[in-house]
Design a protein around this ligand. Structure first.
Ligand code: NAP
Ligand code: MG
Length: 477
């Protein structure tokens, strides 16, 4: 037998250009916030990466006022073709600084470098490129001949795709003529602050983009600020509901991108080896910290044993560890708190009688890691079938008929995404029509493209990001 062990292939962390301290970005300048500074850590090593200043309520007020000035005096008056040039420059600068951004993202978030390099950063750039193209064509988007922006957008994003989520929020807002105050997640503020540097490099007029690091209280202060016209939130359903309650009757336009518990359905005629790759991508990409993760595998009973054998074999080859190693498939869990949440739900799966299989892959002693896990014999009533685990844990259920597959897939309070694996085009269309999910992938999974609208049904939220539909969220229509 040959030895197929990999040698380490670490990316250099010097590329991240890590600074000991980062400051918030307001009115075109980096300034000290008057909140308590936070320390952001590398979840793969538990080492402190940098100290980051945070915003106080009065800093939120200053930032919102700066955004308002920039909106009234400059950005809302600028012709779309001029706005487009700035957005295009931001896209180009993301590409130019892509290695730096990728390494910094992997350090701060824990995700594997191959993902930050090949998915997060290119997708972030793609969102700016795409929306640069819309800025002077809004009159042709189907929202009237001269659709107007909304004003100041208050945006709050989670830690799972820090740069990509910032791009999804900022690019359409700017294209439509709005200005922005954005709060990144407490555990992953760094790449948003490099994006702020990029805004400076692109000579974006001061106040058009403002970035305020801090915890949930800063997010709450921001969305509730009277000077904010539009709230765009991505995060948990729980916080999304809280914000909706607080803003009810305020007249603020809202979009909510919340949690999910997607079904990935494999029919008996599916190409199994491809399906296995799609299942792996669906749940182990980004350690399963993906709102649209294929966290419930629904497999037709007649092929369940064969598929599960193939799946376990494939999953046991996934390498867990150093996020900067180019061979790493599954990186670190973003925080101790998230690791504990995963452990709690896995224990619930054990207690409720599901069959747990854990990959025998070695896992580092230091840092926050969780080995890829597959639960079979899962019943719909179990917590691991109903609740979002947001980790590398797959719950496998079976079905006999297509109707049963659809019924089980839709048996969730969420509705963000779904996957269908079958050889038959007619079955894809049949199932996709019946799926109560914002995004349905067929014979693929976790494909993100700025031209395709993304968003949820039910408790997964409302409003769309990306595509023509995504523009509506930032226009007065
Ligand atoms: P979270 O706790 O809801 O946090 C999301 C963001 O909201 C963070 O920046 C957070 O700050 C902030 N926040 C917390 N409390 C707030 C409040 N009362 N008012 C305003 N902002 C507040 O979610 P998470 O656990 O970080 O992220 C994971 C969740 O996001 C999952 O449920 C996942 O499905 C969802 N998600 C959805 C999408 C989508 O597009 N649908 C995409 C990615 C993630 P802190 O950082 O300080 O907590
Ligand atoms: Mg961090």
């Amino acid at each position: 037998m040959s030895n197929w062990e990999y040698a380490p292939a670490p990316e250099s962390r010097d590329i991240a250009n890590l600074k000991p301290a980062y400051r918030m970005f307001v009115d075109g300048k980096f300034v000290e916030g008057s909140g308590d500074p936070l320390k952001t850590v590398n979840p793969a090593t538990e080492e402190v990466l940098a100290e980051v200043s945070t915003a106080s309520p009065s800093d939120v007020d200053t930032a919102v006022k700066a955004a308002r000035r920039a909106y009234d005096r400059v950005w809302s008056k600028m012709p779309g073709a001029e706005r487009a040039k700035y957005i295009f420059r931001i896209a180009r600068l993301i590409q130019e600084r892509s290695r730096e951004l990728a390494v910094l993202e992997s350090l701060d978030n824990g995700k594997p470098i191959k993902e930050s390099r090949d998915v997060d950063v290119p997708t972030a750039a793609a969102h700016f490129f795409y929306h640069a193209g819309w800025a002077d064509k809004l009159g042709y988007a189907g929202y009237g001949p001269d659709p107007r922006p909304l004003g100041v957008a208050g945006q709050v994003i989670p830690w799972n795709f820090p740069l990509m989520m910032a791009a999804w929020k900022i690019a359409p807002a700017l294209a439509c003529g709005n200005t922005v105050v954005l709060k990144p997640a407490e555990t992953t503020p760094l790449t948003a602050l490099v994006l702020a540097e990029i805004c400076q490099q692109a000579e974006l007029p001061p106040g058009v983009v403002n970035i305020l690091p801090g915890a949930g209280d800063v997010g709450s202060e921001l969305v509730n600020h009277a000077g904010v016209d539009k709230v765009a939130f991505t995060g948990s359903t729980e916080v999304g509901k809280l914000i909706q309650r607080a803003l009810a009757g305020s007249g603020k336009k809202m979009t909510m991108e919340l949690g999910g518990k997607a079904a990935n359905i494999v029919f008996d005629d599916a190409p199994l080896d491809q399906a296995v790759e799609g299942i792996v991508n669906g749940i182990f990409f980004n350690q399963g910290h993906v709102c649209c993760a294929g966290s419930r595998l629904l497999v037709q009973e007649s092929i369940a044993d064969e598929l599960l054998d193939k799946l376990r074999h494939r999953v046991s080859t996934l390498r867990v560890g150093d996020s900067l190693d180019k061979n790493t498939d599954v990186g670190a869990i973003n925080s101790r708190a998230q690791l504990e949440k995963i452990q709690e739900l896995v224990a619930a799966g054990d207690a409720e009688g599901a069959q747990r299989w854990t990959s025998p892959v070695p896992v580092p002693d230091k840092g926050f890691f969780f080995a890829p896990t597959v639960f079979s014999d899962v019943q719909q009533s179990m917590r691991i079938a109903r609740e979002e685990i947001f980790g590398p844990v797959l719950s496998v259920l079976t079905f006999r008929t297509p109707d049963e597959a659809v019924a089980k897939a839709n048996n969730t309070p969420y509705g963000l995404s779904a996957g269908i694996w079958t050889e038959k085009g007619s079955r894809i269309l049949w199932a996709a029509q019946r799926m109560r999910a914002g995004v349905v992938w067929a014979n693929t999974f976790n494909r993100f493209d700025p031209t395709a609208p993304f968003g949820g049904y039910q408790e997964s939220g409302f409003g769309r990001e990306g595509g023509r539909a995504g523009l509506e969220a930032y226009l007065d229509v």
